[in-house]
Design a protein around this ligand. Sequence first.
Ligand code: PMV
Length: 309
Amino acid sequence: MVAGSACGKVILLGEHAVVYGHPALCGALRDGVQIEAVPGSGILSVPAWGLRVSAVKASDGSDLARAYGAVLASLGIPPSALHHDLVVRFSIPTGAGLGSSAALSVALARALGAILQIPLTPDQVARAAQAAEEVFHGRCSGLDHTVAQQGGFGLFRRPDGLVPLKAPPLPLCIGLTGRPRDTRGRVARVAELYRDRPVETRTLFRRIEELVEAAARAVTSGDLRALGTAMDENQVLLGQLEVSCPEIDQMCQLARSAGAWGAKLTGGGGGGCVIALSPGAEAAVHTAWRRAGFTSFDATIGGVEALAA
Ligand code: PMV
């Protein structure tokens, strides 16, 4: 039985600055994760990560165990109440900046509510997911678990949350660098830059905010060329924030040479994924990446799902 599910996410523009209260433009990837419940004693397993953790020992050990403990504590559930095991199945690549840990956190809270027949409010799910995300990533904006929970497409800003925007379907090529994204390390590096060079870093954040606003206008007016330009400019600023890496730079360059209108990292950076907006040139982008040894796939954000949000 599927007891809980949640969406993945793509940040189109605005990652990192969003941690400091600036807006980010983002959309859900439907079918991020599903959690199945089977009779058992509270074991949480993630076959994709080769991990199995027990609710009884949840507060120590791996990040997964501590995140599980954080969700149980947030919901006030004692391990002895659990008479099911939970199995996590991802439909998106994990460790890639596509919100897999947030999707897991939201789906886990929902699954626990379902198997124990506790009617959880959206606030309770959000608080439990935030507690788990702090274990996985340290300081975080809340964007990932908000989109995992609500789906749709829009502008996210702390502390207001997600303001839905009407967007046409935005077809993206998503390429994997093959290097795990380093959200915790890159968020920490940006915090160092903010401490050591506050004026320059704040200027970069403000410039990113202008690009996010321009991109939001471009999306709502259907001007995908302008969206691509804003993505490219955001990638330059992310490089200046030291959250890119050689593979990301190479993949962005390959995508642009193959006809993409814009390309950038998405999520924490330091590895993970590149997104390319390439209407009509998707096949050429995938070919260029695959020839260079990178795997990739197509995904769409916005569209009907965004209108439903
Ligand atoms: O790498 P991800 O999918 O966890 O995305 C991180 C996005 C950041 O803006 C870098 C951090 C955050 O909490 O918003």
